[in-house]
Design a protein around this ligand. Structure first.
Ligand SMILES: [Zn+2]
Length: 344
């Protein structure tokens, strides 16, 4: 972790990388307070249904400006709203000055009709169209709920051949695991391994309910986990198996996911907070590791070689009285995203 203080009382850090965002879900904050994940999902689907390229272009730019102001320099947009909306999201990111990798979603079944492609070939044609338009892309089978095994096999082969990031939701909710066991006789991450979707360019989003054998598979494959603690709390998903992930040296990155909160420091603080509650120990993840999860690991997850820096305002009230050698620890332990200076 490089850090340098300057005479203008700022500290330069690598910008934060938001490896998992469904930006349209920003509109849902404060709504759908009751029920469970599945009740929230119904409200989310209604919000997804009303999205248009014009709405995406306008609202994503506003949300991306918020991300940028909060210290995020790059975002992985996990996108399942259709091809014109994907192009609108890319335009919105350019207007907001944030790097974007469009994680184009494969959706075979369930959800809304607008999410679904007729075949895996039709899906890969969409990915090719985005690449031909100059977009930075990753492939993203939505989940084992939404993609059958033959789609996963084809997408895994394509990602490996093309050297693309592969992102996939897994083990967010117990019901998904029960359904996977009933259909395939194995758990979601085991199915991803069987179908060739686990490798060093794979990011499994959530892994909340992953068991030990599934975590072992992630470690063996060199795959990483994207944790989204503020969304996982909001959606009643459960606790990341943080200390078990740390024990296996599985790389972590962070995402704002539903964008109920936009604050990389809060996501990182929650990672450590979950680990502390699980272990009864403090400092499970060293600060340098947490900051790396928030930046370099996210960039690796998205296949980004470079991304902008961010400036910390050392004169901010939340850092008042903090000794220079404690600033990075204090940043993660006690600051919000308003500690970052506006991007140049
Ligand atoms: Zn997600």
């Amino acid at each position: 972790m490089l850090a340098s203080a300057s005479v203008t009382a700022t500290l330069t850090l690598p910008g934060f990388v938001n490896a998992h965002s469904h930006t349209f879900q920003r509109a849902l904050r404060g709504r759908a307070g009751g029920g469970d994940f599945w009740a929230w999902r119904d409200v989310m689907l209604a919000e997804a249904e009303r999205q248009t390229p014009e709405l995406v272009r306008r609202e994503y730019e506003a949300a991306y400006v918020e991300l940028r102001a909060a210290g995020y320099a790059a975002v992985g947009e996990f996108h399942y709203l259709g091809l014109p909306e994907a192009l609108a999201a890319i335009e919105a990111a350019a207007a907001a000055g944030i790097e974007v990798v469009l994680l184009h979603v494969a959706y075979a079944r369930g959800g809304l009709e607008r999410f679904r492609q007729a075949s895996v070939t039709a899906y890969l044609d969409e990915v090719e169209a985005l690449r031909a338009a100059g977009a930075r892309v990753g492939v993203a089978p939505h989940s084992v709920r939404a993609c059958p095994a033959d789609w996963l096999e084809e997408i895994g082969r394509y990602a490996e051949r093309e050297g693309l990031p592969l992102h996939v939701h897994a083990d967010e909710q117990p019901r998904e695991i029960e359904e996977c066991l009933a259909e395939h006789g194995c758990r979601p991450i085991e199915l991803l391994a069987r179908t060739g979707c686990l490798g060093p360019k794979t990011t499994v989003v959530h892994a909340t309910h992953a068991d030990g054998a599934e975590l072992d598979l992630l470690a063996e494959a060199g795959a990483r986990v994207c944790a989204c603690p503020t969304s996982e709390a909001d959606l009643a998903d459960g606790f990341l198996p943080a200390s078990r992930i740390e024990h296996r040296c599985i790389a972590l990155c962070i995402g704002s996911d539903s964008n109920v909160r936009i604050d990389p420091l809060e996501e990182l603080r929650e990672l450590e907070g979950i680990a502390r509650r699980q272990t009864g120990k403090r400092g499970v993840f060293p600060t340098a590791s947490l900051l790396s999860f928030g930046s370099a690991e996210g960039a690796r997850s998205l296949g980004l070689a470079s991304w902008p820096d961010v400036q910390v305002d050392l004169a901010h009230a939340s850092l008042r009285g903090v000794a220079a050698e404690d600033v990075l620890d204090a940043l993660v332990a006690g600051c919000g995203a308003d500690v970052f200076l506006p991007p140049a």
